[in-house]
Design a protein around this ligand. Structure first.
Ligand SMILES: [Zn+2]
Length: 288
């Protein structure tokens, strides 16, 4: 069958349109390498949620926090526009591997593991541009950039738990375009860190998306937050005071430190952190 001139024209137009579309898409991807990553991770992310179950409250044992020898750290302190750091807050700081970089002691080991993994998986060396800031330093930064920076007293950089990270040629908003940025986005939770200001959560965190600002909360909290697409605000809000949750072989409970702490008997490796909302969050392992 012979094609008419009109049919031929239509085919040409469709072909031209397709070629244009391919050129446009390639250009977009070349300009924004993170676009492909973001589309992929949308599909990857919809998979599994972390199963959180509530424990039956039979046979709980009472403890008074001051009479225990449970280790504590500052890893779950919530610091945002609503919750400022207490005036008497004394940060647990230590130098990271003779680097003159000071960070909260809670994350020294896990940050070392994270940077090693980044280099191993992407070939890039991870640097930090900002970790701990004093009240005065935060005050200066806030005056310069009140959109991204928190008010002094309200920045988690003052806890030494937050790090602004970068790799060569990719810092700030460009960080997510790098392999290291994408590795951090997908895997930092496995090392105890979260993307503290995720996309589309500005109404909760009060801060626009920052791919480069990672925050230490420790395991298993980081995994629970990441798998549920929560912010730290949503996670702490989810943990109802006095309830006891089990996640895999962990026990998690948020309780009032001025009252009896009630926990099941067959647990070990009990440790806790104040959450800066008046409670402590206790983490332990279930004995098998
Ligand atoms: Zn930051």
């Amino acid at each position: 069958m012979k094609k008419t001139k009109k049919q031929n024209n239509t085919i040409y137009i469709i072909l031209c349109f397709l070629i244009l579309l391919i050129i446009l898409l390639s250009f977009l991807l070349l300009k924004n390498p993170d676009l492909l990553y973001k589309t992929q991770s949308l599909f990857l992310r919809s998979e599994n949620h972390y199963e959180i179950e509530e424990l039956n409250k039979n046979e709980l044992k009472a403890f008074q926090i001051e009479n225990t020898d449970w280790p504590s750290n500052q890893s779950l302190m919530l610091v945002n526009n609503e919750y400022s750091l207490p005036e008497n807050f004394s940060v647990d700081l230590a130098e990271y591997r003779d680097s003159t970089v000071f960070m909260n002691t809670a994350l020294l080991d896990d940050y070392a593991l994270l940077t090693e993994a980044v280099t191993k998986q992407t070939g890039d060396k991870l640097y930090v541009s900002s970790v701990y800031r004093s009240y005065e330093e935060q005050e200066e930064i806030y005056e310069e950039d009140p959109i991204y920076a928190n008010k002094p007293g309200h920045s988690e950089h003052q806890t030494g738990l937050a790090l602004d990270v970068y790799v060569e040629s990719f810092s700030g908003p460009a960080f997510i375009k790098s392999k290291a940025g994408q590795f951090i986005d997908q895997h930092c939770a496995e090392y105890g860190f979260i993307i503290r200001y995720p996309e589309n959560k500005e109404d909760i965190t009060g801060i626009p998306y920052e791919a480069w600002h990672i925050r230490y909360v420790g395991l298993p909290h980081s995994m629970i937050i990441a798998k549920n697409f929560w912010t730290l605000e949503e996670y702490i809000n989810f943990l109802e005071p006095g309830h006891i949750y089990t996640v895999n072989d962990y026990i998690i409970s948020r309780q009032n430190p001025n009252q009896d702490i009630l926990l099941p008997d067959s647990i070990s490796d009990i440790h806790y952190s104040y959450d800066n909302t008046g409670y402590i969050i206790i983490t332990a392992r279930v004995n098998n």
